[in-house]
Design a protein around this ligand. Structure first.
Ligand SMILES: *Cc1c(COP(=O)(O)O)cnc(C)c1O
Length: 364
């Protein structure tokens, strides 16, 4: 694919370093299920996957079976896990492609058992336990016991997910989870992987790490955890180049609805990125880009493919100058974290909404 001016640079080296740092923090006895859903939070699942595996991830996790099948095409042997619900009619496809599923109903376990028999395979699942998040899973011990008894289905793991409201409520969830795990153990069922921690809890709550953690955001350098000692680096920067420069007079409008009106003579730059690249439309007129080390306010309404920045104060600005859209926050650049605050969303949303249009450039 030809790379145009608007690009996303992804450092695979920093990704590997982030995973190494996390592995070191949690130690050898905790397996890592690296979360690569939503195209690896916008970074590109296919490119990110081999780095995570070679740095020791035991599993790659996605939200839906479709995503797993896409990764499977490039990585025939990678251990792949689906965190979300898989509808009945796709269960067979999952077994055929050796994809480990989230299961919390006996009826689905039976469909998997049947498919496993047909393909002469063993279906692999992790049981999902409802501990109060009220999204997926079951807290019905009889249902879980019935699933445990199903043949041809390997119950490799058992897990739950935290609401992360505060430490006290997270502890209640952990306790509910471990109670159910213990009840099953009393009946003779044990699991290779018990897991409940995402990025934040994996870093901040050592006692929640159990046998496995499921980090996503932290691998991509997002710091939502509180631990001040533990450091990861953002791995992505988005950049473009100035397409046009123009001098405008006080009183002239810029863009749709003339939402912006110049209150002085100014110099403006047209930039070839917009909300169709995944930049939040809500940031039109509210954020900035960085040109020659200077913050330049975005002015007017964010268009689908273009926007305009105020470059009045940038000395010697030229068409073709590099424009930093998202940086690591240093040198006057807009970090993903700051963008999320300005757009009133979260960091993961800023990342995963990045579309396929800006070409990804991978740096080793
Ligand atoms: C997305 C997801 C994760 C990873 O979350 P991060 O906050 O990005 O670490 C972990 N577990 C489940 C069930 C998820 O859906």
């Amino acid at each position: 694919m030809i790379a145009g001016d608007t690009r996303i640079y992804v450092s695979l080296k920093k990704l590997g370093e982030n995973l190494d740092a996390l592995s070191k923090l949690v130690g050898n006895n905790v397996a890592i299920m690296a979360v690569v859903k939503a195209n690896a939070y916008g970074h590109g699942a296919k490119e990110v996957a081999p780095v995570l595996l070679s740095h020791g991830a035991s599993y790659l996790a996605v939200a839906r079976l479709e995503e797993a099948l896409e990764i499977r095409k490039s990585f025939p042997d990678a251990p792949l896990f689906v965190l979300g619900y898989t509808p009945d009619y796709l269960l067979k496809t999952a077994v055929q492609n050796d994809i480990t599923l989230t299961v919390f109903s006996y009826s689905q376990a039976m469909i998997l058992s049947e498919a496993a028999r047909e393909f002469e395979k063993t279906a692999k699942v992790h049981l999902k336990v409802e501990t109060g998040f009220n999204r997926l899973g079951t807290d019905d011990i009889n249902e879980l016991l019935k699933i445990c008894e199903v043949e041809n289905v390997c119950k490799e793991g058992i897990y739950s997910h935290l609401a992360l409201k505060d430490r006290a409520s997270d502890e209640i969830q952990l306790e509910r989870f471990l109670n159910i795990v213990n009840d099953l153990q009393d009946k003779g069922y044990t699991f290779k992987y018990r897991h409940i921690a995402d990025s934040i809890s994996a870093v901040d709550y050592p006692d929640f790490r159990l046998d496995m953690i499921r980090p996503g955001a932290v691998l991509y350098g997002m710091k939502s955890y509180e631990d001040e000692e533990f450091k990861v680096k953002p791995i992505m920067s988005m950049q473009t180049k100035i397409a046009r420069l123009r001098a405008i007079k006080e009183g002239e409008g810029v863009g749709y609805d003339f939402e912006f009106c110049a209150d002085r003579d100014m110099k403006i730059a047209t930039l070839p990125f917009g909300y169709a690249d995944g930049y939040p439309r809500a940031l039109g007129g509210k954020s900035y880009v960085t040109i020659r080390g200077k913050k330049c306010s975005l002015i007017g309404i964010m268009c689908m493919d273009q926007c305009v920045a105020d470059v009045t104060d940038v000395d010697d600005v030229q068409v073709g100058d590099t424009v930093i859209i998202y940086g690591d926050g240093s040198d006057n650049t807009l970090s993903v974290e700051e963008a999320a605050k300005l757009a009133k969303c979260n960091k993961n949303e800023i990342l995963c909404r990045l579309t396929s249009r800006p070409v990804r450039i991978y740096e080793e």
